[in-house]
Design a protein around this ligand. Sequence first.
Ligand code: GDP
Ligand code: ZN
Length: 308
Amino acid sequence: MKKGVIIKSTGNLYLVRSDDEPPVLCKIKGKFRLEEFQATNPVAVGDKVAYEVENKENTGIITKIFDRKNYIIRKSTNLSKQTQILAANIDQLLLLVTIDYPVTTTVFIDRFLATAEAYNIPVILVFNKIDIYHDKLSIEMTNLIEIYSKIGYKTVKISAKENENLDEIKNLLIDKTSLISGHSGVGKSTLINRLEPALNLKTAEISSAHNTGKHITTFAEMHKFSFGGYVIDTPGIRGFGLANIEKDELYHFFREIFALSSQCQYYNCTHIHEPGCAIKDAVNKEIIAHSRYHSYTSIFLNKDEKYR
Ligand code: GDP
Ligand code: ZN
């Protein structure tokens, strides 16, 4: 028996990596299938597994899936209850944010942060394309960085294209398993290629011709950095699903709202319409950022569909 980690999944075959040996293509033992999870895939990238190598063909069979530290699911695209586990055992999420080209809205950022809080995975906000922000856009970025650092999120400013501050990113990634997320066009592939040129991921300019809005089933893939650590690439994935967050619990996942919520007059204050709400008070006094409160109410009232 060997132990390894799933680095790629393509339907029902899994590529398993163990130390520095060449990865082995594995099947899963039948009885695992759909047993434990209401998920379309029982094993995901990042899963730690035990497997047996079949002598002749250098293929293997996964015999055990070890307990997950965490996992994220794909936002469900239909009404069925089935979920797709995107990746497991993630140390940190990097959200690439661009102020423009394309615009990353604060609602999008805040929804992502709340999701990550619910999954209990740390997030680093990486502001990319700083080479093109001047005047108004530059001020906007500074404001956002202030908002998010104040509530305790790590922020980094980079230009993947101009190689600015990439050493800082490298230091954050070393020996960790990280997932890099963000809207299409924010520079995820450019960043990963700068960090590890040998990976040669397709950037938007090349791949857009093939990507004409059709629903394409994509699978996550984990790449190893030569400087240590892994990056999980989730091509074409636009957002993570929020597993099991009750509406009344949403404020738990907005750090600064949660921190003040015990001061609300009502024990079960939703911070939307109640009198004596410490959160609304803090927003009026600009202790809590308007954009953050706006995101909270939008998600609570389910008005942010267009940002998904
Ligand atoms: P992805 O969809 O997130 O993987 O984005 P890509 O890496 O494909 O990048 C989308 C476009 O943004 C490409 O044309 C890149 O050259 C460009 N880009 C990426 N990073 C930067 C940057 O730091 N500055 C500028 N000006 N353009 C960038
Ligand atoms: Zn309140």
